[in-house]
Design a protein around this ligand. Sequence first.
Ligand SMILES: Nc1ncnc2c1ncn2[C@@H]1O[C@H](COP(=O)(O)OP(=O)(O)OP(=O)(O)O)[C@@H](O)[C@H]1O
Ligand SMILES: [Mg+2]
Length: 341
Amino acid sequence: MPVVRADHLYKVFGRQSKVAVERLADGSHRDTIADLDVTAAVIDVSFEVQPGEIFVVMGLSGSGKSTLIRMLNGLLDSTAGSVEIDGVDITTLSQKNLLKLRGEKISMVFQHFALLPHRTVLENAAYGLELRGLPRAERFAKAKETLALVGLEGWEDKLPEQLSGGMQQRVGLARALAADTDIILMDEAFSALDPLIRRDMQTQLLELQATLGKTIIFITHDLNEAMRLGDRICVLRDGRVAQIGEASEILNAPANEYVERFVEDVDRSRVLTAAEALADAAVDADAPQVSSDTLVADLYTSVSTSDRLRVVSAEGDVLGMVTRESVLASLVRDENEEAAK
Ligand SMILES: Nc1ncnc2c1ncn2[C@@H]1O[C@H](COP(=O)(O)OP(=O)(O)OP(=O)(O)O)[C@@H](O)[C@H]1O
Ligand SMILES: [Mg+2]
């Protein structure tokens, strides 16, 4: 069962929102319903997020990302459509039950950290648990544990202003982890950070995720970040879904010209892995082996010293071979493959 499910979800701001939904459902672009004096932020969005998945929602400014994520935890009502969390339609819940569900199942990490300035790092990390009424000793113990997970051991007694941006965002992440919810929503959580720190945070999130197995919905306007983090990516355009797929699908088979233009500048070698660069060649049991999730960028040097590598998955299955030619070929999108779809 999916953990999060959006079904024909709409959010239209303005008095004539219901009329607007009818016209949008007939396929109207949001700009052609300007006469209704409404803003259509999210239009007919449907997807399912599976347990343990990192689902990235990517789109330009104004494409509806924040509106969408705020409907997923019930901070905003939907104009039409439904949101299910663990099979429960939250659009039908009373305010009290919605608050309860949110406290138990969903945490959120924001772009601007949203830390309380006069509280210590430890108190900030424990804040979600305080709201839930956990006794002091218990919530501090839990917060101390998750601060250590994000590398902030020893910083518990500092104030947020004594920390760098990257460290403050780690506190935000620790707070979400301390709440111990299955679902974490992250809205542009790394967008305010310097590029190098941002990359570190991405790495740390992936490492944490490998052991914690949360269900994460991560919002970004950065395609490279989307490709790096997302098990699947949902590309939003003007409130509608332009495409949903794995990074390699979006790169190799963009659903339309919009997505195609978007992916033009992506460094394919940093998205595609050995598993997606396989050669049409018989398996050579004597060739050196390489893990299937090795980035193509990191295969360059290995295939130039020994020109064939055996690709092995994390489960130990031999997937095939990569060669110098197949590695180079993976960097060019195969137009035929796309046409065949
Ligand atoms: N409360 C509101 N009332 C009216 N219009 C709104 C409201 N909230 C958002 N909008 C509009 O809905 C559209 C989508 O906004 P949203 O904030 O969801 O975009 P976004 O993709 O998160 O953008 P950004 O990348 O800049 O954060 C925008 O046109 C915005 O102006
Ligand atoms: Mg936003």
